[in-house]
Design a protein around this ligand. Structure first.
Ligand code: ADP
Ligand code: MG
Length: 274
């Protein structure tokens, strides 16, 4: 146990070196609300010493080599790192799409590393929204129907019409994916991920296939979700131009967190450039 750390969930975040004392009164990141860093906060996600090995025939690939990571409500976190540094692996484990080989992962009080498959599926289904580089919309369903489909498997769905409004696509609700631009399809995909009213959105290169102008529209929707609803957004990118948007920037290298930066003044999406 390292200095300042306690057992269970009452952990002082190691990623930001004891700046935060974890208490019971709030779960929001103070930097996301413009407050003092001394504020007591409880994390949404705590990952401790996460390791992931893949066996490729006889060869072991170490995708994560002991990652400590904490996520709070209301923050937008950008994960930067070169190709192969473990970004997708980390996001998939946090989102319950995959399991770590070793280490601990907590969602609030829930020990996800001990969860059975059914519990993990429930977590993934109800608490996490995923956004990928390619939109994976159902081609034979309209924008509104794609969103409805996700809402139907949710316990606490948001209103499809309001979501379409939120992502600026209400007039396009009856269009099929093939009738929408890449940026519009991605915004439908975000609305679909939001339909189940998840606690967090995990985005793997969400603007990777978009030009700057449409990328900014997508980033605006993500930032709004974070700000208006006090939700957490994790955004993987290899595009350094996006990093100034974040409250925190996590640098991954060779399966380890290289450094974490707190950004005192996140810029608005309009000012992002690449
Ligand atoms: N399913 C897999 N099987 C074997 N190796 C994998 C698998 N997924 C990822 N890896 C390896 O793990 C490392 C990290 O991959 P990844 O998390 O996809 O990195 P990034 O998203 O940063 O590009 C890479 O060396 C990659 O080749
Ligand atoms: Mg990746």
């Amino acid at each position: 146990m390292t200095a300042g750390e306690k057992t269970g969930l009452r952990v002082i975040s190691r990623t930001i070196d004891g700046i935060l004392t974890i208490g019971d009164n709030d779960t929001s990141a103070p930097w996301a609300k413009g407050e003092d860093r001394g504020t007591m906060v409880r994390p949404l996600i705590v990952a401790r010493n996460l390791e992931k090995e893949y066996l490729m025939g006889e060869v072991r690939v170490y995708a994560l080599r002991g990652v400590n990571f904490t996520l709070y409500n209301g923050e937008l976190v950008v994960i930067l790192g070169p190709s192969g540094s473990g970004k997708t692996t980390l996001l998939n484990i946090i989102g319950g799409l995959d399991r770590a080989t070793r280490g601990e992962l907590y969602f609030g009080e829930k020990a996800l590393h001990k969860a059975n498959d059914k519990e993990l599926t429930n977590y993934r289904r109800h608490e996490v929204g995923f956004i990928f580089q390619f939109y994976n919309l159902m081609p034979n369903l309209t924008a509104a129907e794609n969103i409805d489909l996700a809402a139907q498997i949710s316990r606490k769905p948001l209103d499809t019409r309001e979501l379409l409004q939120e992502v600026g696509l209400l007039e396009r609700r009856d269009h099929f994916p093939a009738q929408l631009s890449g940026g519009e399809q991605q915004r439908v995909a975000i609305a679909r991920a939001l339909a189940k009213n998840p606690r967090m959105l995990l985005c793997d290169e969400p603007t990777g296939a978009l030009d700057l102008a449409t990328g900014i529209q997508v980033l605006r929707v993500l930032r709004n979700f974070c700000q208006q609803f006090n939700k957490t957004v994790v955004l993987i990118t290899h595009n350094r131009g996006i990093a100034p948007l974040a409250h925190r920037i996590v640098y991954l290298r060779d399966g380890l967190i290289d450094k974490v930066e707190i950004n005192e003044e996140p810029i608005p999406p309009e000012r992002v450039t690449w």
